[in-house]
Design a protein around this ligand. Structure first.
Ligand code: COA
Length: 260
């Protein structure tokens, strides 16, 4: 895979996607949106990748959001029609069965925070600032922010953030459940890497079904969610890895997963 404004690396089951425009705090332009869509589309069908880490290049930003320079270009109807045809990269992320970890250092504003919200687990540096700041530019979040933020922090807090365009500290983000962990700036990448390796060591099919059960279940009425959980749980009782897990426990050794 070759890219210009993102970087992609993959080793031992962990893929790392890095937004790579540090000169503009990794602001997302059209090229970046296209590359992210292609990248996550490929990851979704790559069985070698078991966990994904998303991060920003440089020390100051995860991403400062959409590239505001593109906002001053005339809004040609043909451009909108082209955009409507395309899959948003955050929807491409939704199709990934692999857990996605956001390693957030510095600024995560607008589309940058929306990208983090499309991840499954968020780790932030203690100097991070996070916000859906679109209202200050007379627009609203259009990359899933108005839908994903209330599902993460609740309706009142989401409305407060979206209507004021406030920039939250990492400590406040942790308090309201917008991020799962806050660590020192130097530790963010290492912490995300360690978490990713922990997840990549789990039995692949169980990892996949665990995410599917939680993520899809949240969109279902409770009875249907419980049915989904029961089905996936029953399916997992048919795997070789389930036998291997039990045998390894009884034989006091590390399991060797085959993904079967
Ligand atoms: N789009 C395009 N360029 C951006 C950008 C964005 N979203 N955010 C930052 N940049 C550019 C700046 O224009 C500047 O470019 P220059 O060096 O050519 O002047 C460069 O990145 C560095 O940014 P700067 O503002 O000088 O850094 P800072 O540390 O003083 O402030 C921010 C950082 C993130 C607080 C500030 O840049 C900002 O508020 N950005 C906009 C965030 C936003 O509203 N995002 C939502 C978009 S919908």
């Amino acid at each position: 895979m070759s890219y210009e404004v993102i970087r992609y690396e993959s080793a031992e089951g962990v893929a790392t996607v890095t937004l790579n425009r540090p000169d503009v705090h990794n602001a997302m332009n059209e090229a970046m949106r296209r590359e992210l869509t292609r990248c996550f589309g490929d990851i979704a069908v790559d069985d070698e990748v078991r966990v994904v880490v998303v991060t920003g290049a440089g020390e100051r930003a995860f991403s400062a959001g959409a590239d505001i320079r593109e906002f001053v270009e005339p809004a040609a109807p043909t451009r909108f029609r082209e955009q409507r045809k395309r899959v948003d990269f955050r929807q491409a992320m939704d199709r990934c069965w692999q857990p996605i970890v956001a390693a957030i250092r510095g600024y995560a504003f607008g589309g940058g925070l929306e990208l983090a919200l499309a991840c499954d687990i968020r780790i932030a540096s203690d100097d991070a600032q996070l916000g859906l700041t679109e209202i200050n530019l007379a627009i609203i979040p259009g990359g899933g922010g108005t839908q994903r933020l209330p599902r993460v922090v609740g309706r009142g807090k989401a409305l407060e953030m979206i209507l004021t365009g406030a920039r939250l500290s990492a400590a406040e983000a942790l308090r309201i459940g917008l991020v799962e962990r806050v660590v020192s700036a130097e530790r963010v990448q290492a912490e995300a890497g360690e978490l990713a390796r922990t997840l990549a060591d789990k039995a692949p099919v169980a990892l996949r079904y665990a995410k599917e059960s939680v993520v899809k279940g949240l969109e279902l009425p409770l009875a249907d969610g419980l049915r989904l959980e029961a089905d996936l749980s029953t399916l997992l009782r048919t795997t070789d890895d389930r036998l291997e897990g039990a045998r390894a426990f009884l034989e006091k050794r590390r399991p060797k997963w085959t993904g079967k």
